[in-house]
Write a protein that binds this ligand. Structure first.
Ligand code: SF4
Ligand code: F3S
Length: 321
């Protein structure tokens, strides 16, 4: 399949409200690998500062099951969640994989990187006389990788981990590496965005990225553009409270400034998404999430004003506010 056809497939699946992209991708990758006689995409996946929500979202993909993705698309060389090895054995596998697949593997970093106090707030491996922080791991593995993928909004931009007051000094992967990082943001990520990006890397190399380093394939439009409540917005019909059926811009919806295809790709195996269940988009794929979205459920124009007021109150100027 040509790259253009793959791009169309991604959009077609979602726009038709069809079954999951992952399901459609599987035979495409299998056919590609047979034709090219190529192996699966070698992946080293490390988890750093985050809630682990992305691998849970990934595991929730039911069609295909996560095992089928491992079987057909990626060769998972290291992952502290999915591998059986533990302790020194796991560390040994990580070292071997980094050497053997140098400049061939894709490094997936799920989570932000704490840089305060030399990165001591996230240690991904420890033995009697050795300690590896997330910061050291990313600086070591990043330059050895063919591609670096930051998974989730924490990995991409810092996300909730870097939210105020950010006591660990957490930042996105792009801030500690002097190389390009592909950001697959979301809190959590939609499994299609992740599996689709990895498949693109395997078959066609780097996908087209937007100015935040995210694949245009999935983040090219705002949530607002295809929202089912868009006609209400255009007519100026706004919800008076959560639960009303009109546009939720009045309830703090961030859809107009959030790039993602949630309205048509949807979640939990493509059955629903926030606005469909009466919850405003809180902008979880954004560079400034969550601080830039807070306070949640407050209309966009008022958010900044409220944040400024809170800041002034925290600075002891409360009487004025
Ligand atoms: Fe746009 Fe949100 Fe209103 Fe949908 S609910 S039309 S995304 S502002
Ligand atoms: Fe996130 Fe908004 Fe989609 S909150 S899941 S980008 S609708």
């Amino acid at each position: 399949m040509k790259r253009e056809a793959f791009t169309k497939l991604c959009h077609h699946v979602s726009l038709q409200g069809d079954t999951g992209l992952s399901k459609k991708i599987l035979p495409v990758v299998q056919a590609y690998r047979t034709k090219q006689q190529c192996k699966k995409l070698p992946v080293i996946w490390i988890e750093t500062n985050c809630s682990g929500d992305n691998n849970i979202a990934f595991m929730n993909t039911a069609d295909p099951y996560v095992g089928e993705v491992f079987k057909a698309i990626i060769d998972l060389l290291y992952s502290n969640t999915f591998m059986a090895a533990q302790g020194k054995d796991a560390l040994k596998l990580l070292n071997e994989a980094a050497k053997r697949y140098k400049h061939q593997f894709t490094l997936v970093v799920e989570g932000a990187i704490p840089i305060k106090d030399n990165g001591i707030y996230n240690v991904i491996a420890r033995t009697e006389n050795y300690r590896l922080t997330a910061l050291e791991a990313v600086k070591w593995l990043g330059p050895l990788a063919k591609y670096v993928v930051a998974l989730g909004t924490c990995g991409s931009f810092g996300g909730a981990t870097a939210g105020r007051p950010n006591i660990t000094g957490s930042v996105g992967v792009r801030d500690v590496l002097e190389r390009e990082v592909i950001n697959v943001s979301g809190c959590p990520v939609n499994p299609d965005w992740f599996v689709g990006t990895l498949s693109h890397l395997l078959m066609y190399g780097k996908p087209e990225l937007d100015d935040l380093g995210r694949p245009v394939l999935f983040y090219g439009y705002t949530v607002h553009k295809h929202c089912q409540r868009r006609s209400y917005f255009d007519n100026g019909d706004f919800a008076k409270k959560l639960g009303d059926s009109e546009c939720m811009f009045s309830q703090g919806c961030m859809g107009p400034r959030t790039g993602a295809d949630c309205p048509y790709r949807q979640w939990i195996n493509h059955v629903s998404w926030p606005v469909k269940v009466n919850t405003p988009c809180i902008g979880c794929t954004n560079e400034d999430f969550p601080d830039g979205s807070s306070p949640f459920f407050v209309p966009l124009p008022e958010k900044a004003k409220k944040r400024e007021t809170k800041k002034r109150m925290n600075n002891g100027e409360g009487d004025e506010a």
